[in-house]
Design a protein around this ligand. Structure first.
Ligand SMILES: *[C@@H]1O[C@H](CO)[C@@H](O)[C@H](O)[C@H]1NC(C)=O
Ligand SMILES: *[C@@H]1O[C@H](CO)[C@@H](O)[C@H](O)[C@H]1NC(C)=O
Length: 420
């Protein structure tokens, strides 16, 4: 179980839907016309710009209805190109800023065990990576208890899962910029803070989907050593109480689509792999510092699921393609809550587009909804849940309400009351 089931929170009223909805037609400079409903809402504490209001399941703009006035608007290629790149309509949430993490982090990892959020590794900046763990305590809302990671452990793009005491750490990128992944794996006993080795993966993987399921540590997808080429392989290793019960990883049924940066969840005894992408930045050939260069990326909204049949099935897709969400989720009240991420690159500016929505996947009805918006768009954010509050920390945030491209690597911590 990835995140131990949180304690039930007190009943709270449903958040009201956003009120001011205006429909209009968008004339994109690409030369095609898209119709969407523009939502203008001010959400505390940030004032938001235009958004297209869409039903959560389809990428088709809603027809304008009689009680909404319609006008034409030329897109300048910022946020209102189409549903994939636009912010989706969302109920308002009230955010509270908490104490900032000791360091900013991009592509770090996080695991919650009871009231503690263990926050691992990550880039401080593109040329500097962390090799330690910071711990946030939800009981008194403080950071503390910093301790080191093993020297040989990867510094970003790790696979990670917990059984409630031991944290299993799989592969990941070793070093800054766009260096490749290692095959080395480790396990942390959170009670003694001791680290031990686990058998290495057959080959290194970059940001693979990782989870504990039916007594085995599963690792699948991710990118191959070049960071870019998707890997389809799926391996598992029997583990118990922080120890490997086998010497080697076993091959399992390959995942239908490879690639990094997905959420991987076990809920109701099903293994789920959500969103993610194919392709990523890779090292410039011959660069002594492994300088990152852009490569083609495709972002996905698909949800794959493995159950008793041991055959991958597809569940309903996310409301928009979403990647960089490995540690951006919690499982609360039989719903997955996923915060932020990245979606498809902007078709005109070609820049990365960050995601600011909070998505809910109801595991009973298998329905996706947008339940709110973060104070800003952010990727590789690290999420926890405690006593009715949804928390997020770290990641790389947007340039501002009107520019969804990535800018600052942050360590800030925010929380909001969750109403499911
Ligand atoms: C928005 O753009 C993406 C990428 O070009 C495309 O896949 C998607 O179908 C578009 N959606 C709409 C509603 O046009
Ligand atoms: C979870 O469910 C319980 C019982 O229905 C409810 O009281 C609580 O408010 C819910 N928690 C959240 C975060 O919505």
């Amino acid at each position: 179980m990835a995140r131990p089931p949180p304690p039930a929170a007190a009943a709270e009223p449903k958040a009201p839907p956003s009120k001011h909805v205006v429909a209009f037609a968008v004339v994109a400079i690409l030369g095609f016309v898209l119709v969407g409903n523009l939502l203008r809402a001010s959400s505390s504490p940030t004032v938001w710009s235009s958004r297209i209001d869409l039903p959560s399941h389809t990428a088709t703009p809603m027809p304008s209805s009689a009680n909404k006035n319609t006008k034409e608007k030329k897109s300048i290629g910022s946020v209102d190109i189409n549903a994939t790149f636009a912010d989706l309509a969302a109920p308002e949430l009230k955010w509270e800023e908490m104490v900032e993490a000791p360091v900013p982090r991009l592509d770090g990892a996080a695991i919650q065990i009871k009231n503690l959020l263990y926050v691992f590794a990550g880039y401080g900046n593109i040329n500097y990576v962390h090799s330690h763990v910071d711990v946030y305590n939800f009981l008194d809302n403080t950071w503390g208890g910093r301790f080191d990671m093993p020297k040989e452990m990867a510094h970003s793009h790790l696979g990670m899962a917990t059984d409630g005491r031991y944290i299993y750490v799989v592969t990941g990128q070793y070093g800054p910029q766009c260096r490749g992944p290692t095959a080395r794996n480790f396990v942390l006993d959170t009670e003694t803070k001791e680290w031990h080795d686990l058998p290495p993966l057959p080959v290194p993987r970059y940001a693979p989907a990782t989870q504990l399921w039916r007594g085995r540590l599963h690792v699948m997808g991710g990118s191959k050593e070049d960071r870019h080429e998707p890997g389809l392989e799926h391996w598992s290793l029997a583990v118990k109480d922080g120890k490997a019960l086998e010497d080697e990883w076993r091959s399992e049924i390959p995942i239908p689509r490879g690639g990094p940066h997905r959420a991987c969840v076990v809920a109701n005894d099903k293994l789920m792999v959500i969103g993610g992408q194919e392709g990523d930045f890779m090292a410039k050939p011959g660069s002594p510092i492994f300088k990152c260069v852009t490569r083609k990326e495709v972002v996905y909204s698909n949800v794959y699921m493995l159950d008793d049949g041991m055959k991958w099935k597809e569940l309903p897709s996310m409301p928009k393609p979403d990647s960089h969400i490995e540690f951006a989720w919690v499982n609360v009240n039989n719903s997955l809550v996923i915060a932020g991420g990245t979606t498809e690159k902007h078709p005109i500016t070609k820049k990365m587009v960050l995601v600011g929505e909070i998505f809910r996947f109801n595991l009973k009805t298998l329905e996706w909804t947008v339940i709110g918006r973060l104070p800003f768009r952010i990727k590789t954010t690290l999420v926890g849940y405690w006593d009715g509050w949804l928390y997020f920390t770290s990641g790389q945030r947007d340039k501002g309400p009107k520019d969804p491209s990535p800018k600052k690597v942050v360590g800030c911590m925010w929380r909001t009351k969750l109403h499911l």
